[in-house]
Design a protein around this ligand. Structure first.
Ligand SMILES: [Zn+2]
Length: 372
């Protein structure tokens, strides 16, 4: 917990902390930047910091909705937690004024922080496709619908239940269908008091211009490569592999995970198998959005590989790579249209292999290029 858990976004976090500190919080904010750089966890930390009371929660306080594991918060969240005291001892401590937390951050010890940590804070709500599926009692869909926004609007009109602020975090807000965006706009234009709506998105331009103009922008940058490598190692990756994936990640943990999946699939290909490109393309994700993202990543990698081969080649071999480069660029453009990603990838891979560029080398060359 606390903003210190968000790595590689120092400038942005400083800005968020100063908003919390001054209490001058815009009613609508848009956290935008590449996927997998900490926008959503930062939105949750921001919500926790806004509602933090800095009064350590004790058993003596009303405990009707106490989270299941307050001890976790007591042990790990603040400087005092270093002593391995059992929860009852900590709870018996008399209320002692503000807990030591950096200005504009959450303390991790108050009732609000504990509820935020357990995900059960009544005034901090996450709106995403998973939440929508539960709300509307249907399968998870790729879009956020107008009915979901209407529910949010209804809540926004109510008073906070526990804290000073009601915070709604709309995760991956680009999933809002236009009708839902229009419904949201009404709330953004006349925000209820003490309500903050945070939209997180890696596709800011998918949102209506009117939504953007009513939202305070907070930009998240790609993560430094060392941060990505560190996070991957923390999650159990081998250090050498973490460095390679970090080089391929373009500062995004999501891209790093995607590259990791691709490496695994590439490792399974048998050398000399004539249907390798076919088999590899068949492993694309079923979800068309994910498939498109993966195909675009692969085409970027292929382009890097082809450019390197082109630079190293002498005429007449150079001409072969010039033609392949042109063709792959064309396929890359097509990937933004509604095409069969599976076929598109297969064609690209077959043509690269025909020019003597092996599939297995795609990631290695890209990593080498990114490092160089
Ligand atoms: Zn707190």
């Amino acid at each position: 917990m606390a903003f210190s858990s968000i790595l590689g976004q120092d400038k942005t976090i400083k800005r968020l902390r100063s908003l919390v500190e001054t209490g001058r919080v815009p009613p609508a904010m848009i956290f935008h930047g590449p996927p997998g750089v900490g926008k959503f966890p930062a939105a949750l930390e921001f919500a926790a910091a806004l509602n933090c009371t800095r009064v350590p929660f004790t058993e003596a306080a009303p405990a009707a909705a106490a989270p299941e594991e307050p001890a976790d918060g007591l042990f790990f969240a603040g400087p005092e937690s270093k002593a391995p005291a059992p929860a009852p001892a900590a709870a018996a401590r008399p209320p002692e004024g503000p807990a030591p937390a950096p200005a504009g951050d959450s303390c991790g010890l108050c009732r609000s922080c504990l509820q935020a940590k357990s995900g059960a804070h009544p005034d901090i709500r996450v709106v995403d496709t998973l939440f929508q599926a539960a709300l509307l009692d249907e399968d998870e869909s790729a879009n956020l619908k107008v009915d979901t926004v209407r529910e949010l609007t209804r809540w926004a009109q109510q008073k906070p239940m526990l804290s000073d602020w009601k915070i709604f975090v709309i995760r991956d807000a680009e999933a809002l269908v236009p009708q839902a965006q229009n419904a949201l706009l009404k709330t953004l234009e006349a925000p209820p008091p003490n309500t903050v709506i945070v939209l997180t998105t890696s596709k800011k331009n998918s949102l209506l211009a009117t939504i953007l103009s009513h939202s305070f922008p907070v930009e998240f940058a790609p993560l430094p490569r060392a941060v990505v490598a560190g996070l991957l190692t923390d999650r159990g990756a081998d250090p050498a592999e973490a460095l390679k994936l970090a080089a391929l990640s373009r500062g995004s943990m999501e891209k790093a995970a995607e590259a990791g999946g691709l490496m695994l699939r590439l490792a399974k290909l048998r050398p000399g198998d004539p249907s390798r490109a076919f088999k590899f393309a068949a492993g694309l994700p079923k979800d068309s959005h994910l498939a498109r993202e993966e195909v675009k990543t692969l085409l970027e990698l292929a382009l890097g590989r082809i450019r390197a081969a082109w630079r190293a080649a002498e005429p007449p071999a150079k001409n072969k790579f010039t033609a392949l480069l042109r063709r792959t660029l064309e396929l890359r453009r097509m990937a933004d249209r509604n095409v069969s990603y599976y076929q598109l990838l297969e064609v690209a891979l077959l043509e690269s292999e025909r020019a003597g560029l092996k599939l297995e080398d795609l990631l290695d060359t890209a990593a080498a290029e990114a490092n160089g």
